[in-house]
Structure formats: C-alpha cells, structure tokens
Design a protein around this ligand. Sequence first.
Ligand SMILES: Nc1ncnc2c1ncn2[C@@H]1O[C@H](COP(=O)(O)OP(=O)(O)O)[C@@H](O)[C@H]1O
Ligand SMILES: [Mg+2]
Length: 427
Amino acid sequence: MEKPTLSKIENAFLPAKEITDADRFAGRKNAVEDAFYALIADGSNIAIVGNRGIGKTSLARQIANIGAGDNSILDKLGITNDGVFDFLTIYLACGNQVSSTEELLERLLTSSSCLADWIYDIPNAKKVMINYSPKFSAKPLGVGVELGGSKTSEATTSPIVSSHPIDVVFTNVADAIAKEGIADNGILFVIDEFDQIPDPAGFASFLKALATNSPNVKFCIVGVAKDIQMLMSEHESSDRLFAGSIISMEPMEKKELENIIDNAEKYIDHYITFDRSARDKISQLANGHPYMVHLIGKFSLRAAFHENILEITECEIDQTLASIAERKADPILEGKYRKAVASSPQREIVLKALAKVQDEHSEMWTTNAYKIALDQGVDNSSQYVGQLVAEEYGAELEKLRERYYRFKDSLFHAYVLARPKMYDQED
Ligand SMILES: Nc1ncnc2c1ncn2[C@@H]1O[C@H](COP(=O)(O)OP(=O)(O)O)[C@@H](O)[C@H]1O
Ligand SMILES: [Mg+2]
C-alpha cells in the first residue's frame, strides 16, 4: 500500500475547520432534512442552535451548498428531492466585528463577498441604494461618489433620502436583486456566529417586515444558544418566523461519530486504521461532540504515522490524550482545565468526580461525586465545588439547585473526562 503524504495525514481529521464537503460530512440526517424542508417552505427562515463544537457551522455549510444547487449531501443521506435550488447564497460569520443588527445589515450590503458586487452590477439595486442612502452607498462602493452627483434631481424629489433606516434600505436592495432573476429562488443569507452580536435588538422585527415585503429572501442564523429566544435575545415570540425550522443540534450518536473515523480512514486510503477498541474509546470520550473526534483522531493519526504504526488501538489513544494536554493542542480547553484545577490535586479529583457522575439531563448530583472523591482521599469536597463555581477558577460549573450542578460548556465536560490527570494520587 502506498504511503500517504504528510498533507493527507494532517488533513484526514479537521478539528480546526468545519466540514464543507458532503463526502466528509457524517450523520445528521434529521438536521439536514429539516433544513431542506425549510428551504422549500415559502417564508420560512432557519435557525441552528447548539453548543460550540457540536457541528453548527458544518451544517450551515451544507445548507448553503443545497441552497446553491448542490444536492450531494441529500443524495448521500438518501433524502428524497426532486430538483435543485437556485438561491444566491451568501455566507457571513459575525466574529467579533458586528455589534448590532444595523451593523450586520450594513456589512451584508457593503462587503464584496456579500451583496456589494451584486449591487454594483444591478442597476435597480444600485438605484435603491443611492436613492435611499447616498451617504451610505458612497462609502463602500464608490458608486455613490460616481453616480451620486447625477442623481441630484431624483434625490431632491424625496426629502427623506438619507434618513432611511438601514433595514429599509436592505429590504429594498435585497428585493431588487431577488427580482432581477439572477437566482430563481431568491437570496439565502447564512449568518454564522449570530450569538457574537452583542446587541441583536430589532432583528426579529426586521425579519418580520422582510417576510411581508420580500418573500424571496431567506435567513439562516446560526449560534451558540439553547433556543431561538436566547439566540435572538428577545423574549417576544419569534417562533412563527422560524416555524418548524429551528434546528437544535443534539450530541452526535456513536455511529455518527464513528463515521467521522471511517471518512478519515478513507481519506488516507486505509493506510492506517483504528481498531475496535480505539473507535470505542474515541466515541465514548467525545460524548457526542464531533470536535473531540477530530482532535483526538488528528493527533493519534500523526503519532501513528511517525511511529510506523498501521493499526491504532486504545493504548495509542491513551498516549495521545496525554500529549494533547501537554502540547495544549486546544489552548482554550486546556486553559480552562488549568484554571479550574490550578494548584490543587484535591480540586482536580472533585472536578473529575463531578464530570463522571453527570446524568442524561447533564446534571450532576454531588452526593454521588463526593463518594468517588472520598475514595480518592478528599473528604471536604463541598469546599472545592464552591471554588469551581467561582470566577477565580473559571466558573465552569453552575449550581442548579441544592446539591445539583452543571457544566456550562458540554465540550469542556467532555475534555475533563478525556484529559489525563495533572496530579498523580501520590502528590
Ligand atoms: N457532520 C459532521 N461530520 C464530520 N465532522 C463534523 C461534523 N460536524 C462537525 N464536524 C467537525 O466538528 C468540529 C466542530 O464543527 P463546527 O461545524 O465548527 O461546529 P460549531 O460551529 O458548532 O462550533 C469541526 O472539526 C468539524 O469539522
Ligand atoms: Mg461554528
């Protein structure tokens, strides 16, 4: 068998990147199906919510692919479809650069990877932009500068030209582009990291108005949240705007997680494989998080390649876990761990004991955890639990009610379970 290149080995797992290729996208049939039907349904927007590392961006990429007319993920998952979509599909990750609904809309209008180039090319859209907001269109496009002067006659006929709010400008521009017939189904905006917008006030009402005025425009918003109210930071019901199309990303099942390993093996032509014990171990440690599979998979594959090991077993996985912690392969998770444990072997014992007793509702009952900690010689566990909810130690835990606690971040919970101990019993 031919030896794969280093690049193949390093890219068989992708902990640092979402999955764009349908080929390498594992499981998630229900989520893809829900999204597909939401794309079909007139007036329906899509929301994807879930914890970090659970696969939101990857799903969003698949939705964007489907919207742009690529049905490969539907075919792969056996989801019946009878045609291809033709949306002008625009993807934007908010990062930390968008601070409000207004800024979001402004960015969508003015980035060339979003609407700007289309606005430039489509006379009606350009006209709307200039008419409604000459000042605003001058900045990003240069079109205002170029054409604004010749627009004076029109501009003077409407006295409120430059005072139109951005949402009105946006709606009209998007409508003009959608009507141009560039894309039969209209425009699909995929807004990732929506939860990073500090003040998304007004987005729900913007969507409501959009649904009435421009039925050819759809939004798919994506973010870390438990539900749509939390994502939109609005208490008023936005349910109807997302009727039937709120996709809540659940932990992945064992079979789906293993499928990620299958895909990686295939990617390197099965030159190195993971045996039963390694697969069981990885999917158990991942606890539903595809990210953990990629992280552990990547470093175990790299080590095996360099040591000429062709079959990875549980034993190699254990070694990899230690090296992931040591090299701070995920600096954020490792940083959280070190902050929580800091200089206390006892606190580490309590933290791990709690992680171990988490139940199917993601709750931890201290009574069970204290027993485990006591077996390891810690008899004042409650003191350490008190510290683990405090800011000084990262406040990774939160108290739900008397004797019940929860990890705020389920990915960190998985990491606590997977990471080898920092302190040996003896220390
Ligand atoms: N369906 C999937 N199949 C294979 N890998 C996935 C899948 N979903 C997510 N991943 C992987 O899991 C990690 C986190 O995925 P991502 O989509 O970025 O999650 P989120 O946006 O929720 O943080 C990435 O390494 C990504 O490649
Ligand atoms: Mg993401």
